[in-house]
Design a protein around this ligand. Structure first.
Ligand code: GDP
Ligand code: MG
Length: 200
């Protein structure tokens, strides 16, 4: 039996959301920036502790704000399902302060409009540009883990560094939070297609 986990990756433009997903799903990285224009859902399968999960990774074009009501969610096709995912990955660029401020606001908006606990993983991308970082890792990790009670991972989509770890942390957060409304499905064959399954 395969469980389906819906996950939205959100963050300011150009922080590397698409790059993280494409590195994880396809093992590819593109230097040139191609802004995401339409909503895209990637469905890789992963195996964690002998369990198969089908991830539904939602990659969205920049949104003006998180949909605060169901009406707002349904008025914009790009947002469909955004308020009911199993977890959020909020990505910022470790060299860009504004992108951190962006996820701060996003996190608050998510907390304001979701009832019950929802796992949120904070990701600092572009770790290969470490020398240009705007805040010490320890300061951010402390804030995120102690005050926000969220997981924190730094990665480099460019070098495929800690990308797998990021998804492992994410799954642990979701499975560990004991979320019960993960939908079982029997599409095991499809989920295990070649090149689409990661052992974690
Ligand atoms: P998105 O708008 O958040 O989806 O960002 P993209 O994934 O399209 O990436 C934006 C730009 O950042 C592209 O030019 C990527 O090549 C670059 N990029 C993404 N991840 C990394 C990374 O880990 N390191 C570096 N140096 N550049 C990255
Ligand atoms: Mg993108």
């Amino acid at each position: 039996m395969v469980e389906t986990l819906k996950v939205a990756l959100l963050g300011a433009p150009a922080v590397g959301k698409t790059s993280i997903i494409r590195q994880f799903v396809c093992g590819e990285f593109r230097e040139t920036y191609v802004p995401t224009r339409a909503r895209q859902v990637y469905s890789p399968a992963v195996v964690l502790n002998d369990h198969v999960f089908e991830l539904r990774l939602m990659d969205l074009p920049p949104l003006a704000s998180f949909p605060l009501t169901s009406l707002q969610e349904w008025a914009d096709v790009r947002c469909h399902g955004l308020r009911s995912v199993h977890a959020y990955v909020l990505v910022y660029d470790i060299c860009c302060f504004e992108s951190f401020e962006y996820i701060k606001i996003l996190r608050q908006q998510i907390l304001d409009c979701r009832t019950g606990e929802v796992p949120i993983l904070i990701v600092g991308n572009k770790r290969d540009l470490q020398r240009r970082r705007i805040m010490p890792r320890r300061t951010v990790a402390q804030l995120v883990k102690k005050s926000w009670k969220c997981g924190y991972v730094e990665c480099s989509a460019k070098h495929n560094w800690r990308v797998l770890l990021l998804f492992r942390e994410l799954l642990r957060g979701v499975v560990g939070s004991g979320i019960k409304h993960v939908h079982p499905s029997i599409r095991l064959q499809g989920a295990l297609r070649r090149n689409r399954c990661s052992l974690m």
